[in-house]
Design a protein around this ligand. Structure first.
Ligand code: BG6
Length: 488
């Protein structure tokens, strides 16, 4: 008789996840070029209305470069990880991390994206980081592109809208695979690849105001095609260059529920899920799903493919599927309902059964189990939860302690559901909590939206000592890892 699975496998990869532009700082040091993230200003909530501050225009970029603005750019200073990586990695080691997810800032390696030669100082920086991780037996999980397109590619080619960028990306991938082949065996090609349809600037370094004659969807799906081809070519290269490598895709999973059992709602939710899973379908199955033909036709979207593209996609699917999971989404066709806020979720309806974070993201641990089971059934590939966590305001007490039971509660409930999914038979490689150390928020560029087990003394404008201190969640997560998720 087959024995039921009881918990996480012994080599389960526990850890935390970051992105270069949200932690490193040092935006103009050691030969780094500017990246798209360096141009995103901090806009106080009172001035930005909703919680989104991700897109910029071509005109704004030129103004910034001409020194015409006083704006603050938090992704330029991050939390100084570029200079504190040894201290920070020591804290990750104390937490017991088995894996640390980070991204390479492409513009550190190729300052303009299309340079003939890489920047040695940039290559050295990441090599040092990998050496430091190795000291503690922490596996790096590296994202090649996490919302950090070299700005020069944006200005010269309009980012991923241009097919030429595929070659620059594969050259970059080849360079880092070759250089780090002895250090890194887990790679992700693009962070949240589907974000390109929500924010073409963030996901693809594209200025849609330069293409006024085209719809945002037309631009985004064409650019996504270029990224799919680039991702497949990078997967091919990784398999050729690095022994035992595992390459994954990365999706911002938006598990969508119907609000009612009206068949129209069921269909609407299914369509919503398909549009989200389209990205993992291409990555994992190596071909465009048929349901997109109708979507493209009805929305006047034409994706130009070159001869050979389909073979490239077919021949080089990813080895595993990774994703971020923060919340679920509800949709309905049935009249006006109260809406909810949140990253990328326009028009989503408030789920009356769920609580919301301070930023309006609806907290749904069971949705993670649903997501894992769905992925498993759809792809039958290993899965990796590479982002999950709670962005919250933290208070430092007079004695310096930081009590964050809300964060522990959020993480505990999600890990519990992850364990249930494992018991359901899902093949799960690991879990990297988002922002193990406080970092600059992607969507709002705030510092006050904190995810960390480690507090960083810095405010939204970049004032502070940058001192690191442990929150209550630090010891809690340390014990979760030490007991392989048995004690939550
Ligand atoms: C994901 C991104 O969308 O969510 C991260 O991959 C991001 O870069 C994270 O930081 C949390 O979002 P936010 O907007 O709270 O920082």
């Amino acid at each position: 008789m087959t024995k039921a699975i009881e918990g996480f496998k012994p080599d389960f990869l526990w850890g935390g996840a970051t992105a270069a532009n949200q932690v490193e700082g040092a935006f103009d040091e050691d030969g780094k070029g500017l990246s798209t993230a360096d141009m995103v200003p901090f806009i106080p909530k009172s001035k930005r209305g909703m919680n989104m501050a991700m897109d910029v225009t071509a005109e704004y970029i030129e103004d910034v470069l001409a020194g015409k603005t006083e704006d603050v750019f938090p992704k330029r200073f991050g939390v100084n990880f570029y200079h504190t990586y040894k201290e920070d990695i020591a804290l990750f080691a104390e937490l017991g991390f088995k894996v640390f997810r980070l991204s390479i800032n492409w513009s550190r390696i190729f300052p303009n994206g299309d340079d003939a030669q890489p920047n040695e100082a940039g290559l050295e920086f990441y090599e040092n980081v990998f050496k430091e991780l190795k000291k503690y037996n922490i596996e790096p999980l590296v994202t090649l592109s996490h919302y950090e397109t070299p700005l020069a590619l944006t200005r010269k080619y309009n980012g991923w809208y241009s097919r030429e960028v595929i070659d620059f990306y594969t050259n970059y991938a080849k360079t880092v695979f070759t250089r780090y082949k002895d250090y890194v065996k887990y790679w992700l090609t693009f962070n949240e690849i589907n974000v390109i349809t929500h924010s073409p600037y963030t996901g693809g370094g594209i200025l849609i105001d330069k293409l006024p004659e085209k719809t945002s969807d037309q631009i985004a799906y064409q650019a996504a095609h270029h990224q799919f081809v680039a991702s497949a070519l990078a997967t091919k290269l990784a398999h050729e260059i690095i022994p035992d490598v595992q390459v994954g895709c990365m999706l911002a999973r938006m598990q969508t529920y119907p609000v009612t059992n009206h068949p129209d709602d069921i269909l609407k939710a299914q369509e919503h899920n398909d549009l989200n899973l389209f990205f993992t379908d291409v990555h994992a199955k190596g071909e465009y799903p048929a349901y997109m033909d109708r979507y493209f036709a009805e929305n006047n979207i034409v994706v130009n493919k070159e001869e050979g593209d389909d073979e490239i996609l077919k021949n080089h699917p990813v080895d595993f599927i990774s994703f971020s999971y923060y919340m679920s989404i509800s949709v309905t066709t049935q009249g006006d309902q109260e809406k909810t806020e949140g990253n990328l979720v326009e028009g989503a309806v408030k789920n009356q059964y769920l609580e919301s974070s301070d930023w309006g993201w609806q907290i749904d641990p069971k949705g993670l189990r649903v997501t894992l089971r769905d992925f498993h059934n759809r792809y039958n590939k290993p899965l990796f939860v590479v982002e999950n966590g709670l962005g919250a305001y933290d208070k430092v007490e007079e004695d310096g302690s930081i009590h964050d039971p809300y964060r522990i509660d959020y993480l505990r409930k999600h890990i519990e559901q992850m364990k249930e999914a494992v018991k359901d038979g899902v093949d799960l490689m690991g879990y990297t909590a988002w922002g193990p150390i406080d970092l600059v928020s992607f969507s709002t560029s705030e510092m006050s939206k904190r995810y960390g087990f480690i507090y960083v003394d810095q405010d939204d404008e970049g004032n502070g000592t940058l001192k690191r201190s442990k929150k209550d969640s630090f010891n809690w997560y340390k014990n979760v890892i030490a007991t392989n998720g048995e004690e939550l």
